[in-house]
Ligand binder design. Structure first.
Ligand SMILES: [Zn+2]
Length: 411
C-alpha cells in the first residue's frame, strides 16, 4: 500500500476541504487532529485509550527518538507503530524545530508574540545556546546527557526512515519571530536547499529499503510573518521536484504570530498544490483549529491538550478551567456534561479535584483522555459540519459559548 490523498468536498465559502489521507497503516479522515506522543508514547495514556477516544493517528518526534532509545531500535522493532503498540498511522516531526529551539533556549512554543524585540542573538534568560546552525546542518548538545550530535538533512531522513512513520517532515531551519528579516531570508534559502537534499536522500532510502511500507515526505513552509517570504516558500516548495521526487504533502511551520494565523495560512494554502495534504505544525487550541481548518489545513498536531491536562487544566464547551480549583471540591458533575469520553462518563469534577490535589498519577491519565477527546472530537465535528454545509454556524455556536466565560483559552 502506498500514500494518497482524496478530497471529498471543498467548502464553497472558504479554503476548507474534507478528505482522506491513505497511508500503509490505514486512512485518516480530514480535517483531523493528530495527538502527540513525543517519545513514542502519549504521556500517561494507553494507545488503546487513544484509539477509543477517536484518535486516527499519532505524531512522535525524531529528535527525541534518535537520542532515546535510538532510531535503529525502532527499525529493528518493525517501525514506530509496532514499537509503540499503536495500530494506526503515525507521523514524525523532523527534529528541526526541537534542535533549533535548543539554540535559542525557548520553551517549545511555536506561536509567539511579534511585538517584542527582534534580533538574531536573542536567547531565553539563563539558558546556554545548545545548537549552532550552518549551511550544512545543525550541531547540537543533547538535552539528556550533554553529548554532541549533528543533524543534516540526510541524517534527519535516515533517522526518520529508521523510525518508520507513515508521514515524515523535511528538515528545516525553524526561526523565531525575534529573528531579523535578513536572517529569515537566509533561513528560508537554507530550508529550500535542505528540502532538495531531503528529497534526494528520501528517494535513495526508499529505493534502498526494499519491502518497507512507503513513507510519505512533507516539505515545510517557513517565512515567519512575511507575506512575500511565505508565498515564495509555498511557490518554490510546492513545485519542487528533484530527480523525479516531489513532496507528498506540506507542513506549515516556523514562527506563527497567532494574531495573524489565518492570514499567514491562507497566503500559503492559496498557492500550495490543491491535491496534496497540508499539516499545520504545533497548533491545537480550539479557536486556532477553526482558523486552520477554514484556511485550508487538513491535519494538526499539538502537545497542548496533554500538557495542560497534567496541570489540571481542561477544555469544556464553556471554556477552559483548572480542576484543582477549590470550587470543584463538591462538584459531582462530569468535567463537561456534553463530552462522551471515558473520564466524563465515569468520573466527577469532585473526584478529579481530589486526585489532582493528592497528586495521584491517575489524575494525568483521566484529564489527558478528556482533553484529547475534546480536541479530536471538535475537529471531527468541524469535518462533519463541512460535509453538512454548516461550518460557519457550527463555528459561531462553539466560539460563542467557548469564549464567553473567560479569556483563558490561550497559552
Ligand atoms: Zn470528557
Amino acid at each position: 500500500m502506498s500514500f494518497s490523498f482524496d478530497i471529498k468536498k471543498s467548502d464553497s465559502g472558504s479554503l476548507a476541504r474534507v478528505g482522506t489521507i491513505n497511508t500503509p497503516h490505514g486512512p485518516i479522515q480530514t480535517p483531523a487532529f493528530i495527538p502527540v506522543g513525543t517519545k513514542a508514547t502519549v504521556k500517561s495514556v494507553l494507545p488503546e485509550s487513544m484509539k477509543d477516544l477517536g484518535s486516527q493517528a499519532l505524531l512522535s518526534n525524531a529528535y527525541h527518538l534518535y537520542l532515546q532509545p535510538g532510531s535503529d531500535i525502532l527499525d529493528e522493532a518493525g517501525g514506530l507503530a509496532k514499537f509503540m503498540n499503536w495500530p494506526g498511522p503515525t507521523f514524525t516531526d523532523s527534529g528541526g524545530f526541537q534542535v533549533l529551539s535548543l539554540g535559542v533556549g525557548f520553551k517549545k512554543v511555536l506561536a509567539m508574540d511579534a511585538q517584542t524585540t527582534r534580533h538574531d542573538d536573542v536567547i531565553a534568560g539563563n539558558k546556554d545556546r545548545l545548537a549552532h546552525v550552518d549551511d550544512e546542518g545543525v550541531t547540537f548538545k543533547s538535552h539528556l546527557d550533554g553529548s554532541m550530535h549533528r543533524f543534516t538533512p540526510e541524517v534527519s531522513m535516515q533517522v526518520q526512515h529508521q523510525i518508520g512513520a507513515d508521514i515524515m517532515f523535511a528538515f528545516d531551519e525553524c526561526t523565531t519571530l525575534h529573528n531579523t528579516r535578513p536572517y529569515q531570508e537566509l533561513a528560508m534559502d537554507r530550508t529550500y536547499a535542505w528540502a532538495i537534499r531531503c528529497l534526494d536522500e528520501h528517494k535513495r532510502l526508499t529505493e534502498e529499503r526494499v519491502g518497507k511500507p512507503y513513507q510519505a515526505l512533507f516539505g515545510v513552509i517557513q517565512g515567519a510573518q512575511y507575506e512575500d517570504l511565505r508565498k515564495k516558500a509555498a511557490t518554490d516548495l510546492g513545485s519542487l521536484e528533484s530527480n523525479g521526487q516531489s513532496f507528498d504533502g506540506f507542513g506549515i511551520g516556523g514562527a506563527l504570530d497567532k494574531g495573524q494565523l489565518g492570514t499567514i495560512v491562507s497566503w500559503v494554502n492559496e498557492i500550495l498544490p490543491e491535491d496534496k495534504p497540508r499539516h499545520l505544525l504545533g497548533i491545537g487550541a480550539p479557536e486556532d483549529l477553526f482558523v486552520g481548518v477554514e484556511n485550508g489545513c487538513d491535519t494538526f498536531d499539538c502537545v497542548l491538550a496533554s500538557r495542560i491536562a497534567r496541570t489540571s487544566a481542561v477544555y469544556t464547551m464553556e471554556g477552559r478551567f483548572n480542576l484543582s480549583n477549590s470550587r470543584f471540591k463538591r462538584d459531582f458533575t462530569p468535567i463537561d456534561s456534553e463530552c462522551d469520553c471515558y473520564t466524563c462518563t465515569h468520573y466527577t469534577r469532585a473526584n478529579m479535584h481530589h486526585v489532582f490535589r493528592g497528586k495521584e498519577i491517575i489524575s494525568a491519565t483521566l484529564a489527558t483522555i478528556h482533553n484529547e477527546r475534546f480536541i479530536v472530537r471538535l475537529v471531527d465535528q468541524m469535518r462533519q459540519a463541512l460535509m453538512d454545509g454548516n461550518f460557519a454556524d457550527m463555528k459561531a455556536d462553539f466560539l460563542g459559548r467557548y469564549t464567553h466565560r473567560s479569556g483563558q483559552s490561550r497559552d
